[in-house]
Design a protein around this ligand. Structure first.
Ligand code: MN
Length: 475
């Protein structure tokens, strides 16, 4: 289980008694937060910061602990912020400034100077806030009584985003083949991606994967086929084509496990040694959180893995999708989003069917894929593009809807959605922002999650939602 360290600020000016009270309150808050965040992260209390030395030791411990994904800080008393400078300089993990109090209400009848000196986050947290702002430390502030459910919800959100940042910083991406010839938006600066997000994006010759494919036995394929038929409906007589995909999945799972890979890309332009483009093989792996980007799109491959980690434990679906085609009926415009094959089954509203159909491009055998209609509900569509000088995240609110009529001849899985605030403004804003045709759609995450990720990774963010207006697009 990943963890957050909780670091509480004070100073050695107030005497033993006061520091004992600080430690007791901090321990109680830690126990409360641990209970509330169980299943998400553990919360562990570090020694109260009374001096610069303790602060530095705490931050070093947090920075060096691979299980630690972030730090929560709070000033119980006043805690002179110069004591925090050196420690903060050591920390490069997500930081939450929890602006709270041990007590909810003021004890009006009994409050005295001792009480006020002990419980002065209104004082201490402003001193601390100043040094975070002055040092330009990326951080999140959550204000309110720590037991309040809305405050707990915000801390939980921070924990999800901190886990996602940790996933990002340790993510290895395998690129089988290169970026699809001539395509611009899926390409990017891999060195900058690694500096900013930690993604180790490495090329592997497809032959390296084919070696794994050739070692898969019939027994391995039988086992994978049993998995398929337990989860999906077999809707084809061409079992050989499905077995071919099962073989790819066994090989891909072994390859990625051996090399510690959490996301990968492939391209239909480079399939030497494979008879089909991986379809169900990829779809089934995305279901377990494996990041994927088609046509060599390493950015969406990595980003989808990161966002799936962020959504872990929440209700809803999160995964890769491609913008495809529209219904432009005036006032009732809808988008049909899909891909050649690789739509994650987390989006399935019904039990996916395994089908085999020809693929119009790539000159390979007919690949097996999962076909289904998509889930409905409020969601976001989010992508990342490389602007040359920096990366940009674009996040649009959308509403996933039921497809208005069956599409019996469409041989791929699909979702449909409505843009916000409407088609004209929503899609124009996406185009102005340079948004890609590959994105991650999620009914589990919100723009608030994405905004926190952008803030903590210092990435430009463009939001498109109900408040986006015609005027926003004019400048
Ligand atoms: Mn595509």
């Amino acid at each position: 289980m990943k963890k957050l360290y909780f670091i509480v600020g004070s100073q050695d000016l107030y005497g033993e008694e006061c520091l004992k009270d600080v430690a007791n309150d901090a321990a109680q808050m830690t126990a409360f937060l641990n209970d509330k965040l169980s299943g998400n992260v553990e919360v562990e209390l570090l020694p109260t910061v009374e001096t610069s030395r303790i602060c530095t030791e705490n931050m070093r411990k947090a920075q060096c602990d691979d299980d630690c994904v972030g730090v929560i800080t709070w000033m119980h008393t006043f805690s002179p912020a110069k004591m925090w400078i050196k420690g903060l300089q050591e920390l490069r993990k997500p930081l939450l400034h929890l602006h709270t109090q041990a007590n909810e209400k003021l004890p009006y009848d009994s409050i005295d100077m001792d009480f006020m000196n002990l419980n002065q986050s209104a004082h201490g947290d402003r001193e601390y806030g100043f040094i975070l702002a002055r040092m330009d430390v990326p951080h999140e502030v959550v204000a309110g009584y720590y037991k309040d459910e809305e405050v707990v919800e915000k801390i939980r959100r921070f924990a999800d985003v901190a886990r996602a940042v940790d996933c990002s910083r340790n993510l290895r991406v395998a690129a089988f083949g290169n970026n699809m010839r001539d395509v611009a938006v899926t390409d990017g600066d891999r060195v900058e991606s690694q500096i900013r997000y930690g993604w180790e994006v490495n090329y592997y010759a497809l032959g390296d994967l084919v070696d794994y494919v050739n070692q898969v036995t019939d027994a391995d394929i039988d086992a994978m086929m049993a998995e398929y038929t337990s989860r999906y409906d077999m809707d084809t007589d061409n079992v050989d084509a499905v077995r071919e995909q099962a073989k790819y999945e066994v090989a891909l799972r072994r390859f990625t496990k051996d090399k510690g890979i959490g996301a990968f890309t492939d391209t239909f332009q480079d399939l030497h040694g494979l008879r089909q483009l991986p379809g169900i093989a990829v779809q089934d792996m995305m279901n377990d959180g494996m990041g994927f980007g088609p046509e060599g799109d390493y950015k969406i491959s990595a980003f989808s893995a990161v966002l799936m980690e962020m959504a872990k434990g929440r209700k809803g679906a999160t995964g890769f999708i491609e913008d495809y085609t529209y219904d432009l009926t005036k006032g009732a415009e809808l988008e049909l989003a899909s891909h050649m094959l690789e739509v994650p089954p987390s989006f399935a509203a019904n039990k996916p069917k395994i089908q085999v159909h020809p693929l119009g491009i790539g000159d390979k055998e007919d690949p097996a894929r999962l076909v289904f209609d998509g889930v409905t509900g409020d969601g976001i569509q989010v992508t990342m593009v490389d602007m040359g000088t920096h990366f940009r995240i674009i996040c649009a609110d959308i509403e996933l809807v039921k497809q208005p009529a069956p599409m019996p001849k469409l041989p791929v899985a699909r979702i449909m959605y409505r843009h916000k605030p409407n088609f004209e403004i929503g899609t124009a804003a996406w185009c102005y922002a340079g948004g890609a045709h590959h994105s991650v759609v999620s009914t589990a995450l919100t723009k608030t999650d994405i905004a926190m990720f952008a803030k903590l990774t210092d990435t430009e963010l463009i939001i498109i939602d109900e408040n986006t207006t015609e005027e926003d697009l004019m400048y």
